[in-house]
Design a protein around this ligand. Structure first.
Ligand code: NDP
Ligand code: OXD
Length: 310
């Protein structure tokens, strides 16, 4: 019977162990650091595993990431050259991200940050409203999460564009592909949403130059990774008015250090990396399918290509 090792210092193991054992008959779930005999471990389900914990698992068949992003596996990638790595794609994670992005887009679109500031001044004033059709949303990353958020925004009537490596066909979404199309994509984006994976190509992609290519007064929503954003460049763009507001869920250093200016900046709203969370019950169902594929010799879905970095 297969043995799975759960490794995470942030996720609670209890709900995962219960859900996995219910979905995969006979599966034994161990919780790191109680590994037992390392050679008995077939599968790892993890978030930020220590390199030493992975290296000693000589019989490892596959690694499952607890998150959609796999930058947390960068340090262990070289110990995994022959072991398939699978990223998390599960319905609750996708739903959660769509809800978060729609909420933040509507917040900027309906000028809520300005009404909140007016309220603090006890100022009763109506601001002009534009229709969703006249609001241009640009999504960086049109993968599993980006394309679902794009669909939801199109359904609300927004003018939606997406930027990805390869061109996409998504109803109602203007597709921009590759580095050569980035400037044109940015020039037509009033609310920028970053849902990219963090790779050497995308690190620092939201910077002084790219922010400067947005129309003046644009808004920025970052739910990708903190490493996508050059934080001092965003602060500068907020102070100059080039960027009117930002909603940030991810940061270069997490938890965000107490002295960081984002905590108190009047045009920044923040959440602590919760835009979406993997759900143990629906997530375990997905892991169960991966284990079934592995045990029956079928191909694994959502395998990471470390050459691409995601
Ligand atoms: P996918 O792998 O499904 O999609 C990634 C998208 O990014 C693809 O469209 C891909 O293009 C595009 N992309 C990658 N590299 C480049 C590049 N160099 N230039 C242009 N486009 C690029 O990932 P998911 O949608 O599942 O997840 C995206 C990210 O969201 C995760 O990596 C993670 O960082 C973040 N995340 C954040 C969460 C939070 O709570 N804040 C929760 C979950 C995820 P192509 O389609 O052509 O390959
Ligand atoms: C993820 C995340 O990558 O939670 O899933 O950030």
């Amino acid at each position: 019977m297969p043995v799975l090792l759960f490794i995470s210092q942030v996720e609670r193991p209890g709900p995962w162990k219960k859900a996995l054992e219910a979905c995969v008959p006979g599966l034994e779930v161990r919780v790191w650091p109680e590994v037992g005999t390392p050679g008995e471990i077939d599968y790892v389900l993890c978030w930020k595993p220590p390199v030493s914990a992975i290296r000693e698992l000589a019989g490892l068949k596959a690694v499952f990431s607890l998150g959609a992003g796999v930058d947390h596996l960068a340090d262990v990638a070289e110990s995994l050259t022959d072991v398939p790595v699978v990223r998390m794609v599960e319905p609750a994670l996708t739903e959660g991200m769509t809800g978060y992005v729609v909420y933040q887009v509507l917040r900027f679109h309906r000028r809520m940050p300005e009404y909140e500031a007016q309220r603090a001044r006890r100022e009763w004033r109506e601001l002009p409203q534009v229709r969703p059709q006249e609001r241009r949303i640009g999504i960086m990353g049109l993968g599993v999460l980006g394309s679902e958020a794009a669909r939801a925004l199109v359904a609300l009537g927004f003018d939606v564009s997406g930027w990805s490596r390869s061109a996409k066909r998504l109803e109602g979404v203007r597709s921009f592909a590759g580095d050569d199309a980035l400037n044109a994509f940015l020039a037509g984006t009033e609310i920028l949403v970053c849902m990219l994976p963090l790779t050497p190509q995308t690190r620092g992609i939201i910077n002084r130059e790219t922010l400067g290519r947005l129309p003046a007064g644009a808004a920025v929503i970052n739910v990708g990774r903190g490493g996508h954003l050059v934080e001092r460049d965003l602060l500068e763009a907020l102070d100059s008015g080039q960027v009117a507001g930002a909603a940030l869920d991810v940061f270069e250093v997490e938890p965000l250090p107490e002295a960081h200016p984002f905590w108190t900046h009047p045009r920044v709203t923040m959440t602590p990396h919760i835009a979406s969370l993997t759900n143990p019950v629906t997530g375990a169902g997905v892991i169960a399918k991966h284990i079934e594929s592995m045990e029956s010799g079928a191909a694994l879905e959502n395998r990471v290509d470390f050459l691409k970095g995601y």
